[in-house]
Design a protein around this ligand. Structure first.
Ligand code: ATP
Ligand SMILES: Nc1nc2c(ncn2[C@@H]2O[C@H](COP(=O)(O)O)[C@@H](O)[C@H]2O)c(=O)[nH]1
Length: 197
């Protein structure tokens, strides 16, 4: 991933790009927090990932994700168009590289909402990335949120909860933990972190 390391990055040395990664178990509320933050601060730029997952009701191509098939995703990988990618609960997800680098080059804050594997890859390739872990108030509340969302079949919920156990165990790898008790409070705290030098 040489093209994404600071040493070979196109970012001029006098510009300090800020890349914030928001991760946390499925259902903890990452999208809800980011959507709230952007409703208050529409200028905050969020990377739109590519995924092989099928859209949920209400999800729009190019807004929530770039929905692609397996063949298209293979091409994105082969062409080096993804900054990072991972398989999560049976689908693949990846961050389009160019858009992120363009924003960083312009010195603008960049936000990625990605899973633990992606966060680890970003940490390896971009040493000044800020990694933020969003934690649930409790395991029971996480299960309630994921189940209550009503977007996944029971077997998919099981896979996501299995992944959640691994993600929760990795909290110490992150720079900061925010506990998602109040969407408004966490959104405010996340924005403050993003704007920190
Ligand atoms: N602070 C909160 N209190 C109560 N419910 C919440 C809170 N934050 C989010 N939720 C609810 O939890 C559910 C899951 O939220 P959301 O879809 O944002 O999670 P996510 O972390 O983005 O999940 P995934 O990783 O699967 O995309 C939603 O129904 C949302 O309304
Ligand atoms: N490594 C990456 N993970 C990503 C990316 N985009 C989203 N995600 C994460 O996948 C899971 C599942 O998302 P869902 O929308 O199907 O619920 C969740 O943890 C997302 O944060 C990405 O580009 N790379």
């Amino acid at each position: 991933m040489a093209a994404t390391s600071r040493g070979t990055s196109p970012v001029p040395p006098d510009v300090r790009p800020r890349l914030t990664v928001l991760s946390g178990p499925s259902g903890v509320g990452k999208s809800t927090v980011v959507a709230h933050m952007r409703s208050v601060h529409p200028e905050v730029w969020l990377s739109v990932s590519a995924t092989t997952r099928k859209p949920r009701p209400g999800e729009r191509n190019g807004v929530h994700y770039f929905f692609v098939d397996d063949e298209e995703f293979d091409k994105l990988i082969a062409n080096g168009e993804l900054l990072e990618w991972a398989e999560f609960a049976g689908n693949r997800y990846g961050t389009p590289r160019r858009a992120v680098l363009d924003r960083l080059e312009a010195g603008e804050p960049v936000l990625l909402e990605i899973d633990l594997q992606g966060a680890r890859l970003v940490r390896q390739s971009m040493d000044d990335a800020r990694l933020v872990f969003l934690a649930p108030p409790s395991w029971e509340e996480l299960v309630r949120r994921l189940t209550g969302r009503g977007t996944e079949a029971p077997e998919v919920i099981e896979r996501r909860l299995d992944a959640a156990k691994v993600e929760l165990a990795a909290e110490a790898e992150f720079d900061t933990t925010l506990v998602n008790t109040s969407v408004e409070d966490v959104a405010r705290e996340l924005l403050a972190l993003m704007l920190q030098a």
